[in-house]
Design a protein around this ligand. Structure first.
Ligand code: ZN
Ligand code: ZN
Length: 148
């Protein structure tokens, strides 16, 4: 299992002198989850009840600019996470679990493709979809599958 833990919000708050709102957002994301702005809003309001969703969006933009938060657009909703390193995603199509995967070889592949087309400023994001072991197990224990 690849480590998908989030960042240490307390440590980053000290290092970047984060405001209360920025720190509260990082704390909401500390467990390594990929959350929508709405879910972050709910979590942050537990600590800062007056915070609006608009403030959450603005603060997320700032945290992205600093490089403390990354956004992952999947299934129509942008999901935010507190992650410092470039990574890719493994997504379960059944339960929507999102796992971070490093996959450093993707960068080399993207660069090679881009060079063939004379592209610069290359970036690439890999999304691997499938069914996680837990969901596959549930399917096996349920109705029998047809065919082989
Ligand atoms: Zn699953
Ligand atoms: Zn991620």
């Amino acid at each position: 299992m690849i480590d998908s833990k989030g960042v240490d919000a307390g440590l980053l708050q000290t290092r970047y002198r984060l405001t209360k709102q920025r720190a509260a957002i990082l704390r909401a994301l500390e467990d390594g989850a990929h959350l929508t702005a709405e879910t972050i809003h709910e979590r942050v309001r537990a600590a800062l009840p007056a915070v609006s969703l608009g403030t959450i969006y603005r603060t997320l933009d700032i945290l992205r600019a600093i490089g403390l938060v990354q956004v992952f657009a999947h299934g129509g909703a942008a999901r935010y996470e507190a992650a410092l390193d470039k990574h890719h995603h493994l997504v379960c199509a059944s339960c929507s679990e999102i796992v971070n995967i490093p996959a450093p070889q993707i960068a080399a592949l993207a660069l090679s493709i881009a060079q063939d087309h004379r592209y610069s400023g290359v970036d690439a994001a890999l999304v691997v979809t499938g069914r996680c072991a837990r969901c596959a197990g549930l399917a096996r224990n349920g109705a029998s599958t047809t065919g082989g």
